[in-house]
Ligand binder design. Structure first.
Ligand code: ARG
Length: 273
């Protein structure tokens, strides 16, 4: 079995102090369902502490009242090779998050590039080895993939999402190993258009294929450090498949944050120097 190696990570997170579901922009959100910011914070603290226990660096951005989705930090920007490409949100409810995250990076000495095209950060933009996978179909405009390719000089593969429950790429696809020598992903086939599925099969023939139940628990919204993986507790088949490939799955319950349509990965923005 392959020996997996974890590498130290640098993350940005946002505490869900003002968490609520006050609008509906994805099928998981239901404004009539009760939410608890207190429970969201408790679950988020466990996730935060897990990353710290694993030796990762976690920075925090202050939550802003009236921006309940700010907890989904992955959407706040994309950081590749130390360059910060700002988010430009599809829906007005989240629009103010783009400048808020960009300001955090600018204030912390990063070179930022304000996006011209609509994109929802690392929710739809995933780095696998030397390649960038770009989701589209619901939120991120494919034009932003071109913008990102020009800015980074990297290849960006566009993947079209077709199932509204899996509206961001990071709800349908997980990067398990980003080592350019042996990149590995997991994905949920029904979330993709036939052409994008063919592309995934061709590029990643050894990928883990998630089941309906894995995807339904938002199991693909997992965070890997190359060896240890935070995964939704309900994604049982996925956890087993991970173990079979030499990974260590660690269940962390983010059920309250699932009411907003996000899981562990959504709460984690990776800063790549
Ligand atoms: N309520 C948020 C939205 O619909 C959830 C974002 C989840 N984030 C993610 N990276 N998938 O925009």
């Amino acid at each position: 079995m392959t020996t997996r190696t974890s590498t130290p990570r640098h993350y940005l997170m946002c505490k869900p102090t003002f968490f609520e579901v006050s609008y509906e922009i994805n099928p998981w959100m239901d404004v009539t369902r009760e939410t608890s910011a207190e429970l969201a914070v408790q679950q988020w603290e466990v996730l935060h502490q897990t990353f710290l226990d694993w030796g990762h660096t976690v920075e925090l951005i202050d939550p802003i009242p009236g921006l309940p989705d700010m907890v989904y930090a992955a959407n706040g920007a994309t950081v590749v090779d130390g360059l910060v490409y700002s988010a430009k949100f599809r829906y007005p409810e989240r629009a103010a998050e783009g400048p808020a995250y960009e300001k955090w990076f600018a204030d912390h000495g990063y070179v930022t590039q304000t996006a011209e095209e609509v994109n929802e950060g690392e929710g739809d933009i995933l780095m696998v080895g030397d390649v960038i996978l770009g989701g589209s179909g619901f939120r991120t405009d494919p034009a932003s993939h071109g913008e990102l390719a020009r800015l980074t000089g990297r290849e960006v593969l566009t993947l079209e999402l077709v199932n509204p429950h899996y509206y961001h790429l990071d709800t349908a696809l997980t990067v398990l190993d980003s080592d350019p020598a042996h990149p590995l992903i997991a994905y949920y086939p029904p979330a993709f258009s036939p052409a994008s599925l063919a592309l995934l099969e061709e590029r990643y023939p050894d990928a883990i294929i998630a089941t309906d139940a894995d995807a339904g628990h938002l199991g693909l919204n997992a965070v890997s450090d190359g060896r240890r993986i935070v995964v939704a507790p309900g994604a049982l088949h996925f956890a087993e498949a991970l173990r079979a490939r030499g990974f260590e799955p660690h269940p962390v319950d983010t059920s309250e944050l699932l009411k907003g349509g996000g899981g562990a990965k959504c709460c984690t923005l990776e800063i790549r120097r």
